[in-house]
Design a protein around this ligand. Structure first.
Ligand SMILES: NC(=O)c1ccc[n+]([C@@H]2O[C@H](COP(=O)([O-])OP(=O)(O)OC[C@H]3O[C@@H](n4cnc5c(N)ncnc54)[C@H](OP(=O)(O)O)[C@@H]3O)[C@@H](O)[C@H]2O)c1
Length: 284
């Protein structure tokens, strides 16, 4: 039976991808550095009982190549979703991708699906440059490939705002324009790619709306019942101006359907922080 390797299987996208591939009848080998029994937790909601036991886990470290041969052995397809945006992106995203491609080519893998990010060729951010180099390595590899770009995930925006929300005021580049998408919708698109023929670059997947970060933060604050002020942080430089110009968006590919507000409602419906009781004697 043919098998599909998913790198980055413990990440946000990878965890959504596994059950979808299994549901599509694909035998899955899931790879990450951390074995599932330790730090990797598969979200019960995203890992239906019916799919338990259908994915085999292997340890893989793309930064030094540990486990790469056994991860790739006997697979037909590789969905490459591992990335280290806050780590050594050159070692993992560039060299790791090149290593993975070399091994995949040497054992005759038939299809590599690479997930990338909208606008990386127009935003001079170091991580994006590394993703671009990785895309080029995928394109020039002997392994037939499909490259799918996506806009920022709702979960990623949520994570950033969660960090900022601990501050007394929220300093944010409020004019950045983004088009957040539900990563589960990106996972759906990746399953289509992984179960089809290699197609080269396919049209990107963007969320349903282009919004400013200020609008997203305001909606987030409301959904969580928070009150701290949002302060516009003026950010100079070409990276910031590219984000303000909406270079990370693809409005003509607004194929995701879950809006930011819908995402927030499902994430925070029962989790909004209790609002402080009004002081005694305050007008009601
Ligand atoms: N987040 C977004 O908004 C967004 C938007 C568009 C596209 N993308 C792309 O989608 C992909 C997945 O993103 P994500 O947000 O799901 O990422 P994530 O949650 O940060 O997960 C990253 C994954 O990579 C693995 N990884 C990290 N370092 C590794 C190493 N040295 N060797 C092997 N595996 C390693 C991690 O597992 P371990 O730490 O256990 O090894 C984890 O499974 C990435 O290619 C990203 O560029 C993301």
């Amino acid at each position: 039976m043919s098998e599909t390797l998913v790198t980055g299987a413990s990440g946000t996208l990878g965890r959504a991808l596994l059950p979808r591939l299994v549901d599509a009848g694909v035998a899955v080998r899931a790879a990450s550095r951390s074995p599932p029994d330790e730090e990797v937790e598969v979200d019960a909601q995203e890992w239906p009982e019916s799919t338990e036991g259908s994915a085999e886990w292997v340890e893989l470290d793309l930064a030094d190549g540990t486990g790469i041969e056994s991860a790739v052995a006997d697979v037909d397809t590789v969905v490459h979703a591992a990335s280290a945006p806050t780590g050594d992106t050159e070692a993992v995203d560039v060299r790791g991708t090149e290593r993975l491609l070399d091994v995949a080519a040497s054992v005759g893998v038939e299809h590599v699906v690479y997930v990338s990010i909208v606008g990386i060729d127009e935003i001079p951010y170091a991580y994006y440059q590394h993703k671009l180099t990785a895309e080029r390595a995928v394109e020039s590899s002997d392994v037939p490939a499909t490259i799918l770009r996506a806009t920022q995930f709702h979960a990623f925006v949520d994570e950033i705002l969660g960090t900022v929300s601990r501050l007394p005021v929220w300093p944010l580049p409020t004019r950045f324009r983004v088009q957040p998408v539900d990563h589960r919708e990106v996972a759906d698109a990746l399953v289509d790619c992984a179960t089809g023929e290699p197609r080269g670059r396919v049209p990107p997947v963007g969320g349903p709306e282009v919004r400013t970060l200020g609008e997203l933060a305001t909606a987030y604050r409301e959904a969580r019942g928070l009150r701290r002020p949002i302060v516009r942080l003026p950010v100079p430089g070409s990276i910031a101006s590219a984000f303000r110009e909406g270079r990370a968006t693809c409005p003509d590919r607004a194929v995701g359907t879950t809006t930011w507000e819908e995402w927030l409602a499902s994430e925070y419906r029962d989790k909004s922080e209790p609002t402080a009781a009004p002081p005694a004697g305050a007008p009601s």
